[in-house]
Design a protein around this ligand. Structure first.
Ligand SMILES: [Zn+2]
Length: 347
C-alpha cells in the first residue's frame, strides 16, 4: 500500500472511518454523568454532588488515585442487571459510531460485589448487552474480568470462584486499579489458576508503575497483552523483548494526558513505541472520565504528533484487530475491510 499517496488533510476522516477494535475499555469508565444521574434517580441512590455539571467539574485529576476515588463513587449507582446492560449499550452505540467492529470490555466485579450486588447481576447484564450489540449494531464483543489489584489475592480467588459458573461468558482475566505498590507478582497464584482454566490473560502494567512491573506481568503472570505499558520506553531491554515477542500494548493517550502520565500529547511515547516495532494500539480506557471515546483518542493524538501519518494509522488499526481474542478468520475479514478502506482513500 502506498500510504504517502494519502494527503494529510484526508487523515482525520480516515482515522474516524477505518474499522478498528477497542481492547482497553473499562465499562464502568464509560458511565457518563447524565447516565449516572439517570440511574441514581431510577434506583433512589443519593449522590454526593447534586448536578451533572458539578460531577463533570470534579473530573480534574492529578493522578490515578484521584480518578479512582471518583470512579468508584460513580459506579455506586449500578444495582440491577438492567443498569449494567444499559451502561454497556450506551458504550456500544458510541463505539459503533466510531467504526469499532470489536470491543473487549473490562469489568470490575469486586467494585460491585463489595457493595452487595451479586456477581451474576453484573455478568448477566453485560452479557446480554454484548449479544444485543452484535445483533443490533454489528459490534462484536467479549468480556474480560479484572481483579482489583489494591485488594488481596485471596479476594481475587473468591471472585474467580464466583465467575466459574459463568465461564462461557468471560473470555479473559485482567488486573487493574491502583498500580503503585501492587506489583503483578502479588497475583501470581491466581493468574496461574486462570491460565490452567484456559482464560486469556492481560494485565495493566507500566502506566504509573515501573518497567519492572511489565517484566513481571510477562514472566510471572504470563499475560498475552500489556495494558498501557508506556513506561517500557524507559527500559531498552524491555522494549527489545516486547518487539521480539510481538506483545500488544493497549495504549490510552487521553487517559495518560488526563492522569498526568504525560504532560502533553505532543510528548506521548506512542511514535517511539511504533518506531521500535512494538505492537501498540490506541484505546480509550475510561472514556467518560478522560475526555473522549476511541476516535477522539485517534484524532487528538495524531493532531498533536505530526510524526504519525497514514502508515501509522493503518498499523494501529491492524494491530488492534490482530491483537484481539477472536478467531483468525474473523480478524482476517476485518483486516480485509481495513485494506479496502485505505484503498478507497487512495493508498
Ligand atoms: Zn485501564
Amino acid at each position: 500500500m502506498n500510504f504517502d499517496a494519502i494527503p494529510a488533510d484526508r487523515l482525520p476522516a480516515l482515522l474516524q472511518r477505518m474499522p478498528k477494535a477497542e481492547l482497553h475499555i473499562h465499562i464502568e469508565g464509560s458511565l457518563e454523568p447524565e447516565l449516572i444521574f439517570a440511574l441514581a434517580e431510577r434506583n433512589g441512590v443519593t449522590l454526593a454532588l447534586d448536578s451533572v455539571e458539578a460531577l463533570r467539574a470534579a473530573y480534574a485529576f492529578t493522578d490515578l488515585q484521584s480518578f479512582l476515588d471518583i470512579y468508584y463513587a460513580g459506579a455506586s449507582v449500578l444495582l440491577t442487571e438492567q443498569d449494567f446492560h444499559d451502561m454497556a449499550m450506551a458504550y456500544f452505540r458510541r463505539a459503533a459510531a466510531d467504526h469499532v467492529v470489536h470491543a473487549e470490555l473490562f469489568f470490575d466485579p469486586q467494585t460491585h460485589t463489595e457493595r452487595g450486588v451479586p456477581f451474576e447481576t453484573v455478568v448477566r447484564g453485560l452479557k446480554r448487552a454484548c449479544e444485543d450489540a452484535e445483533r443490533e449494531l454489528g459490534v462484536s464483543a467479549l468480556l474480560i474480568l479484572c481483579f482489583l489489584r489494591h485488594l488481596s489475592e485471596e479476594a481475587a480467588f473468591e471472585t474467580l470462584a464466583q465467575a466459574l459458573p459463568h465461564r462461557d461468558a468471560i473470555a479473559g482475566i485482567g488486573l487493574d486499579s491502583s498500580e503503585r505498590g501492587h506489583p503483578p507478582e502479588k497475583f501470581a497464584r491466581v493468574f496461574a489458576r486462570c491460565r490452567e482454566l484456559g482464560f486469556r490473560l492481560v494485565a495493566h502494567a507500566g502506566e504509573e508503575g515501573p518497567p519492572a512491573y511489565v517484566w513481571s506481568a510477562l514472566d510471572t503472570l504470563h499475560v498475552e497483552r500489556i495494558d498501557h505499558g508506556v513506561r517500557s520506553i524507559d527500559d531498552p531491554a524491555l522494549m527489545a523483548r516486547l518487539a521480539r515477542d510481538g506483545v500488544p500494548l493497549t495504549v490510552c493517550p487521553l487517559s495518560n494526558l488526563k492522569l498526568c502520565v504525560v504532560s502533553s500529547l505532543s510528548e506521548h511515547p506512542l511514535p517511539a513505541l511504533l518506531a521500535a516495532g512494538l505492537r501498540a494500539t490506541i484505546n480509550s480506557d475510561d472514556p467518560a472520565y478522560f475526555g473522549g471515546y476511541l476516535n477522539r483518542n485517534f484524532t487528538e493524538t495524531f493532531a498533536a504528533l505530526p510524526q504519525l501519518g497514514a502508515a501509522e494509522a493503518y498499523r494501529l488499526a491492524r494491530n488492534s484487530l490482530e491483537a484481539s481474542f477472536v478467531a483468525p478468520e474473523r480478524q482476517a475479514a476485518w483486516v480485509a475491510a481495513l485494506d479496502r478502506c485505505f484503498a478507497e482513500a487512495g493508498a
